[in-house]
Design a binder for this molecule. Sequence first.
Ligand SMILES: Nc1ncnc2c1ncn2[C@@H]1O[C@H](COP(=O)(O)OP(=O)(O)O)[C@@H](O)[C@H]1O
Ligand SMILES: Cc1cn([C@H]2C[C@H](O)[C@@H](COP(=O)(O)O)O2)c(=O)[nH]c1=O
Ligand SMILES: [Zn+2]
Length: 208
Amino acid sequence: MFIEPKLHDRFSEKQTGWIEIICGSMFSGKTEELIRRVNRATIAKQTVKILKPAIDKRYDEKDIISHNQNYVESIPIEKAEDILIYTENCQVVAIDEAQFFDNKLVEVCTELANHGFRVIVSGLDMNFEGKPFGVIPELMSVAEYVTKLHAICAKCGDVGNYSFRLVDQEEEVLLGEKNHYEARCRKCFNIGMEERKRKLEIMQKINE
Ligand SMILES: Nc1ncnc2c1ncn2[C@@H]1O[C@H](COP(=O)(O)OP(=O)(O)O)[C@@H](O)[C@H]1O
Ligand SMILES: Cc1cn([C@H]2C[C@H](O)[C@@H](COP(=O)(O)O)O2)c(=O)[nH]c1=O
Ligand SMILES: [Zn+2]
């Protein structure tokens, strides 16, 4: 379990900021873990701002809601650099669904950490093809702390490291939950991807 280091006042000489990443597949508990850390920061009387990309309106325009229905209020943001506008007067910046932000997010998080902020970032490390998702891998390399969470494979009950897409849509960004995706282990993910490939080849032949 992640234990947070002591956060000093942003303007004290002792203070240094840092970046924490919470990553993993869908249903692995990333949002729950982000909410847990935010709640603990609030109990420690730290001022927190929670942000999410405006594109993520699956459950709610503003709130961040976990698959378990836990929620906290957040500010929807259009582009990464706008984060700096909303975070001036706080100590902790928490960002959910970070895979949807543009590449500027690395610069923004680094600038915040350099100025004494604690930055908590949660997001998918891999897309539906098992490939690195957006800005998350780069953020993982500059972060002080990386927590990788795992779901349970919906097929066999093993460790679910992948988000398997259940519908035949190829675009990287496709919002959804259990109607569109399930968590899978490596073996069940690879079986599903092979089946998908064969299906696509058959469809292509039919259309020729
Ligand atoms: N296959 C699964 N593996 C683990 N948890 C699951 C699964 N399907 C549903 N859940 C539920 O999802 C919750 C995690 O939700 P959430 O924090 O929103 O995950 P994430 O943000 O990583 O998608 C778990 O506590 C559990 O109740
Ligand atoms: C794998 C994958 C996921 N998405 C979308 C689906 C959901 O709306 C979010 C992930 O939410 P969660 O809190 O991690 O469950 O991302 C996508 O657009 N593309 C993908 O490849
Ligand atoms: Zn499996």
